[in-house]
Design a protein around this ligand. Structure first.
Ligand code: ADP
Length: 269
């Protein structure tokens, strides 16, 4: 089922033509394989908490029927499992919505500093709970980008939350906003254990985690960075990940800024 493809200008030899057909089909198969893997992974991720819920229901109906203490404990775990399923479904829906809109470039003018202050405020309580200070450094003038405010909030909420979850033990997370020429670079730095180099290129794959048990313990779905990657791509931005084991990680997002003289930004936060 290899279809020879003729090059657009009629140039190229027969061998080249066949190779192009090959490459297209391979790409097509890869996409198909990714789709199949994704459905298998998503089903597995949903099945795990579901199996645990079914197990607890059976135990509550049987052996633990008259054990008030066990009932209390089990119901608490069951609530956690139900919340995990619901987070997973929310993330799956977000991902498919973002992918569906991948070709539409969001055009609202968004004040980046306002979004990041909002993220810091929203995650302040989690930071305090873990004894982590979230510092924010930004230029004195507002910096705006064309984008979708809620999606950008989501990107940085995810990055800061990861910094707290995986790198928070060091007590400090730093958010930086820096103008670089016509771009703005937003970075989220932690001083945690860092990530071994072989994992770094795979972190944005759906359901990829360095340590699945630890991610689950932290309430992770394994979809956070995949969502981040898709939103950044939709904003024609670039996501950078730098990490040194034992020293910490920096996740950065480069976006093109609106011209500085244009001050009419959306300040709603
Ligand atoms: P999760 O829901 O597991 O947090 P993400 O897609 O957000 O999923 O992240 C994928 C994995 O990347 C995490 O499970 C974790 O292993 C790793 N990771 C993300 N951020 C950091 C960080 N700041 N420091 C160390 N590891 C990180």
């Amino acid at each position: 089922d290899i279809v020879p493809v003729r090059s657009a200008e009629g140039r190229g030899t027969a061998t080249e033509a066949v190779l192009v057909g090959f490459a297209d089909l391979t790409a097509q198969r890869r996409v198909e394989q990714m789709r199949v893997d994704f459905i298998a992974n998503a089903s597995h991720e949903l099945r795990t908490p579901l199996a645990s819920l079914s197990g607890f229901i059976e135990t509550l109906q049987g052996p633990a029927r008259n054990d008030a203490g066990a009932r209390e404990r089990f119901l608490k775990i069951m609530g956690e499992q139900a919340r995990r399923m619901s987070r997973l479904i929310d993330d799956l829906l977000s991902l498919s919505r973002i992918e569906m809109n991948a070709h539409l470039r969001p055009e609202t003018k968004v004040d980046v500093t306002a979004v990041l202050s909002h993220v810091r405020d929203a995650l302040g309580p989690l930071g305090r709970e873990r004894g982590v200070e979230i510092a924010l450094e930004h230029p004195p003038q507002p910096v705006a980008v064309h984008g979708d405010r809620d999606e950008l909030f989501r990107v940085f909420e995810n990055l800061v939350e990861n910094a707290l979850k995986y790198g928070g033990a060091a007590g400090r997370v730093e958010i930086g906003i820096v103008r670089e020429g016509s771009d703005v670079v937003i970075s989220v730095r932690d001083y945690g254990p860092g990530i071994a180099p072989e994992h770094v290129p795979r972190l944005t794959e759906r359901f990829y985690r360095v340590d699945t048990a630890h991610s689950r313990e932290q309430g992770g779905t394994g979809l956070g960075l995949a969502i981040v990657k898709h939103i950044v791509a939709r904003h024609r931005g670039r996501l950078g990940i730098e990490s040194t084991p034992g020293e910490g990680s920096t996740f950065s997002v480069r976006l093109s800024a609106c011209p500085a003289d244009d001050t009419k930004t959306s300040t709603k936060s």
